[in-house]
Design a protein around this ligand. Structure first.
Ligand code: GLU
Ligand code: MG
Length: 450
């Protein structure tokens, strides 16, 4: 690795790169980084750079909570190690490069709070079971002129939704974005003006789970830099205003055994694919506590906004938190996947994928049989109809989220006791911060955090 790091550092230095962002995402989905000078890259790849262990207990507002017994004092240091095979020069910040970081204990052993490590463990578990996952994120974000206090008072495009005209004023930004994505080694399926106020969306190419999470972090860096270069600012926050559509970061996954996509089928998945879906549905409230964990996340998951408010699944149902996307003769059976809509930028992408993999694998192992798919929006039904059909509301506040998380040892157990403790302490700190604040105050405080 040192050899690869030295060679990469030499090439990057010759190309004018002077430093490398070693980046990770914390328990609030907020990206953090340390810049290593290019001359120090090889050393960092071997020994890491020092950073505080307290990042595991930062809340969404940069407050440090000492509410978790494992990290209850200001003492402690870990090593942040760049992953050299994911090192990229940043097209939008050409004097800098970027690499995701692994968080290791000071002696170089695995650190239980490393979110990337948690996902690596689930991928290894999948491998042991003869399963292989593919994953990709859709990213929605809102845009405003640089310096805007918020999006609602200064929307960066006028709509109409999905209109090519909406983006004419953003032509240079969009072109810059497409260029930088390509140069940074990120594939995207498509980009468009989304339904929400001043909203855009792009979908990242599908890849293995760890790369999908790495890519999601790199994509954020790429979008922020392109926006800055074009006099704009973007918000990835789950909510940009109380009355407008939220920013969902829908997570698409599929699972293969011996190269065969288990979700493939004639309009519906086969037995194992159905069990995968059933596993996700069985644990959906607990999953959502990890994949849409912030206070604004609970505001986003309202009925009627295509964000997922009730626990059910459907075939191509845009209101379903679990949307089964079948393959077709045009797309091929391999296209089949499940979209999780209760997912947003306030989730740590590694943890989000780790719990999805675990819940889905448990579903396959237990042969879970999901209920019939639902084609309607249960939000339009009476409470009695929902009860008869077994369709429950997803957790609507932090206390309900925490209870849902604890109620599933399958999901909570993925994090391990230490990280689970830190994660819950951070959520409690966020909840205490939000206590007594208005929806607008809460939304404003999260708007530029991701
Ligand atoms: N903006 C919606 C959300 O908050 C998603 C809309 C869609 O792409 O279906 O998840
Ligand atoms: Mg969308």
């Amino acid at each position: 690795m040192t050899k690869a790091a030295s060679a990469a550092a030499k090439d990057l230095a010759a190309a004018g790169v002077s430093g490398v962002h070693v980046a990770w995402a914390d328990n609030n989905g907020i990206p953090r980084s340390r810049i290593v000078p290019i001359t120090g890259l090889a050393d960092a790849a071997t020994r890491g750079v020092g950073t505080t262990s307290l990042f595991a207990v930062f809340d969404s507002h940069d407050a440090i909570t000492y509410g978790h017994s494992g990290l209850a004092t200001p003492s402690g240091d870990i090593r942040l190690v760049p992953v050299i095979d994911r090192l990229r020069r940043l097209a939008g910040q050409p004097a800098l490069a970027w690499a995701p970081g692994r968080q290791l204990a000071a002696d170089g052993s695995p650190w239980p709070y490393c979110q990337r490590g948690v996902l690596e463990r689930q991928v290894a578990e999948a491998d042991r079971r003869g399963l292989e996952f593919r994953a990709g994120y859709e990213m929605e974000f809102a845009v405003a002129p640089a310096g805007s206090a918020d999006i609602v008072s200064a929307p960066g495009h006028p709509g109409p939704a999905y209109s090519p005209h909406a983006l004419i004023g953003l032509d240079e930004f969009v072109a810059g974005l497409l260029h930088d994505f390509d140069a940074n080694g990120l594939r995207i399926g498509q980009l468009h003006a989304e339904y929400g106020l001043a909203q855009l969306e792009l979908s990242l190419g599908v890849t293995d789970p760890v790369s999908a999470a790495d890519d999601q972090l790199l994509a954020r860096q790429t979008i922020h830099a392109a926006a800055h270069a074009h006099g704009l600012v973007v918000s990835f926050a789950p909510m940009i205003g109380s009355g407008t559509a939220g920013n969902g970061w829908h997570l698409h996954t599929s699972v293969r055994r011996k190269g065969r996509n288990l979700l493939a089928g004639e309009g519906l998945p086969g037995e194992d694919g159905a069990a995968y879906l059933g596993g996700l549905l069985r644990d959906l409230p607990a999953l959502t506590a990890i994949t849409a964990p912030s206070v604004p996340s609970t505001m986003r998951l309202r009925p009627g906004f295509f964000a997922g408010a009730y626990a059910f699944w459907g075939v191509e149902n845009r209101e379903a938190p679990l949307r089964y996307v079948p393959g077709s003769s045009l797309l091929g059976t391999d296209h089949a996947n499940v979209e999780l809509k209760t997912s947003d930028a306030s989730a740590n992408p590694y943890l989000a994928l780790a719990v999805v993999l675990a819940a889905g694998m448990a579903g396959i192992a237990d042969g879970v049989v999901p209920p019939e798919p639902i084609a309607q929006d249960p939000g339009t039904w009476s409470a009695g109809e929902r009860e008869t059909r077994g369709v429950a509301r997803l957790p609507e506040d932090p206390a309900a989220q925490d209870a849902a998380l604890l109620a599933s040892s399958r999901v909570a157990g993925v994090l391990g006791d230490e990280l689970l403790g830190a994660f819950r302490a951070v959520r409690a700190s966020d909840a205490a911060w939000a206590e007594g604040k208005s929806a607008d105050e809460i939304i404003a405080a999260h708007l530029w955090r991701y």
